[in-house]
Design a protein around this ligand. Structure first.
Ligand code: URA
Length: 432
């Protein structure tokens, strides 16, 4: 089979057979299919889409592209949460320690930044010494000792996704329903968790901009998970504005720690509790209300923070930073961005907000780019807030002053101020 013919078939709107899908995934994983042909096929899929059978086959091919995690050595009920990606979305850093502190096992494989969105692995690497690249045996050992470990996409588990993810990030092929579904579910099935909760984002900062598209994606992923015998559900949640106030890797870790200390922003706390409760519920820990109360107690008692610190230490990180987040290195330069009008922040283009963080150095433009873990910004005002001309919208952090102008322009252009207060959008739209 020639890759050229597979690309042409999809480009012209054809339905790929399971042999064609498997040959693509296997060939790209073993290096016999080059980046340029894989990128061309991703772009064809982006424009032409895939039916549910093709998407399921692609998911299973991604799952089968490497080893499946041998869970026989891992104790306890294995649970996971995965987001479709957003701006300021650091919930994994809050939810995973909460549920692990309540006796569930989190053996989590996370991603790096993708497009305008941040990634859990990049955030964790902002903790000095923290290692996200563990051998499977080491991963299993840490999970068994601490109940939790979070690693990057490995060369052995779902390696096809590791390569495709990095390729999509730099070829404008991220926001495609079949590519997102197969990427997320391929990884989740390879990790072979018992319970999976998906956080499917919706709004201007999400890869799915409308609630309808987010619902379709959520249903597709839940159906794939159920067919594979998983306990799985999805929350559709708001990404029409950043989550919390911090955007950028180390700034977000600090905000996640503050949330685990019970001092975090309301939206981040609310969503983290809802996701944790949903996981505990799937794991038969009680009613949803009971599970939410347990999650809240894990924060109030400090159990979740201690669990996070134990995981950090086990993965080689300096756990002192978890109890003293003020010690995280700050970027050398800051700039305050001020609004020029008075009124209310009616809406923000959250994708552009994500790009502003990339412009400060927090994301990649090519697969090989190093990111600046201290770059990003802290918002001072968000959608719905009243502002006066001259108020600070955000404080930018960067390692080079010449990066500020473009980021400042991007943030201001992405912010709409009107005379009247906007209607409030829900944080959680529905559960699938
Ligand atoms: N998260 C993933 O793991 N993959 C995607 O494609 C999007 C978000």
């Amino acid at each position: 089979m020639r890759m050229y013919d597979v690309i042409k078939k999809k480009r012209d709107g054809g339905v790929l057979s399971s042999e064609e899908i498997r040959a693509f995934v296997e060939g790209y994983t073993d290096g016999s299919i080059p980046d340029y042909q894989a990128a061309a096929l991703c772009m064809a899929i982006y424009f032409r889409g895939m039916n549910d059978e093709e998407t399921t086959e692609l998911t299973l091919a991604v799952r089968d592209s490497g080893e499946k995690l041998d869970v026989s050595g891992i104790k306890g009920l294995r649970v996971d949460k995965h987001s479709t990606g957003g701006v300021g979305d650091k919930t994994s850093l809050v939810v995973a320690p909460i549920v692990a502190s309540l006796g569930l096992t989190v053996a989590k494989m996370s991603g790096r930044g993708l497009g305008h969105t941040g990634g859990t692995v990049d955030k964790l690497e902002a903790i000095p010494g923290f290692c996200t690249d563990l051998a499977v045996s080491e991963f299993e050992r840490i999970v068994n000792e601490t109940g939790i470990a979070i690693v990057g996409q490995s060369a052995t588990l779902a390696p096809a996704d590791k390569k495709l993810y990095a390729l999509r990030d730099v070829t404008a092929t991220v926001d495609s329903m079949p590519l997102i579904a197969s990427s997320i579910m391929g990884k989740k099935l390879a990790a072979d968790d018992d319970c999976i909760v998906l956080d499917v984002k919706t709004g201007s900062g999400s890869f799915m901009k409308s609630v309808e598209d987010s619902r379709t994606l959520a249903k597709l992923m839940v159906a794939i998970g159920k067919r594979a015998g998983k306990r799985i559900s999805a929350l559709i949640t708001d990404m029409d504005r950043p989550l919390g106030y911090a955007v950028g890797n180390s700034l977000e870790v600090v905000e996640a720690i503050e949330t685990l200390q019970g001092k975090g922003p309301e939206d981040l706390l609310e969503l983290s509790l809802a996701l944790a409760a949903q996981i505990l519920f799937l794991a038969d820990k009680g009613t949803l209300e009971e599970c939410r109360a347990m999650a809240q107690d894990a924060i109030t008692s400090g159990k979740a923070l201690d669990t996070f610190a134990r995981m950090v230490a086990a993965q080689g990180g300096n756990a002192d930073f978890i109890y003293h987040p003020e010690n995280f290195a700050k970027a050398p330069y800051t700039r305050e961005v001020k609004v020029t009008e008075s009124g209310y922040i009616a809406s923000v283009d959250t994708e552009k907000y994500g790009l502003a963080s990339l412009l400060l150095g927090a994301g990649r433009n090519t697969k090989e780019d190093e990111i600046d873990l201290s770059a990003g910004y802290l918002l001072k005002k968000k959608t719905g807030d009243a502002v006066k001309a001259g108020d600070t919208l955000a404080v930018l952090y960067a390692s080079r002053e010449d990066l500020f102008d473009a980021a400042e322009r991007t943030l201001l252009n992405a912010t709409t101020i009107t005379a009247d207060a906007p209607e409030k959008r829900p944080l959680i739209f529905e559960t699938i």
